[in-house]
Design a binder for this molecule. Sequence first.
Ligand SMILES: Cc1ncc(COP(=O)(O)O)c(C=O)c1O
Length: 402
Amino acid sequence: MTSFTQTRSGLWHERRYRVFADLERIAGRFPRAIWHSPQGPREVVIWCSNDYLGMSQHPKVIGAMVEIATRMGTGAGGTRNISGTNHPLVELERELADLHGKEAALVFTSGYVSNQTGMATIAKLIPNCLILSDALNHNSMIEGIRHSGAEKKIWRHNDTGHLEELLEHAGSDRPKLIVFESLYYIDGDVAPIRRISALAERYDAMTYLDEVHAVGMYGAAGAGIAAREGVMQRINVIEGTLAKAFGCLGGYVAGSANLVDAPGFIFTTALPPAICAAATVAIRHLKSSQSERSRQQECAARVKSALTAAGLPIILSETHIVPVMVGDPEKCKRASDLLLSEHGIYLQPINYPTAPRGTERLRITATPYHDDVLIDQLAEALTDVWRRVALPLEGCVIGAAE
Ligand SMILES: Cc1ncc(COP(=O)(O)O)c(C=O)c1O
């Protein structure tokens, strides 16, 4: 066997080799989609989308994308330094700076790229910078840190005592950058942002906060969890995505004008004008509309209580993410397959390396459009599948890390 075949079969054996369902989402009927199954097309309900508020199907957002594509064409026409910046991109960056109460924002083609490039650039701007990174930070941040070439130290997830030890040890003269997320998407837990900001001020460190899984959904205007906690102004750089709650594509960093000047965007084609315009409309809508946020939270609460009542082992957090623990890659994949083929429910298995080994799970994301009927169907389907794959229904509820 070649090493490639061996690696592939090893991944397959562990159920890590990813097989993606062939889906066609139906605009206007969120969260429904057509699954192109081996037996032919079939309607299913998606329970794991990161289009958290269904904004990708909002008539105003679709309208803006169609109108601008019709008026300005589909592509951006080049990198900014070759072709200039398209006007909808300028407007989008202004909107984002305003959302986060910062001097400036810079948009990239994805949240991944914004972390990778943004963080590397910021750390390079600060000579001898020490990066203090939460242990569960996303791969894009880890890559950004690696690209920066700066020294890094890892603090235990959400453990501010450990962070303080590292800050103290670094000494007062050394420039320090604390890098963390507001909402960790695997367990759905939230960072103690207020305590981290206080430590940053006490030890004269800068802060870089990834709000990818929170923007649009938390805070009175959808600016994220730091805004909800009233500490957004104490965070130096906020990074976010346009691809999840804002329903489009792209990522950004927002901060002071001198920090938000990463060179990474110069060498890649800018985001197309139609996507920028659609994202701006989604952001503006969610700045004033509370109904999507409140309905999403109501749905999350109902999902948690229905699954708890059914004895399913969920991780409880205050957020819209509801992980159901399986703890076995084989069973996790089988449970996901049965949900899709027998119950028409799409829930992608989360196995290693996305989740640590032994913590394989199904990750449910509550949205404003999963109603009571869908929630009851989900609870029944999960209960049936749990029995069939011989998983315990003991009502064990696990508290998320703080
Ligand atoms: C914490 C975090 N940051 C950044 C990203 C990348 O965002 P995007 O999907 O816009 O590339 C992700 C992707 O899910 C993420 O989970």
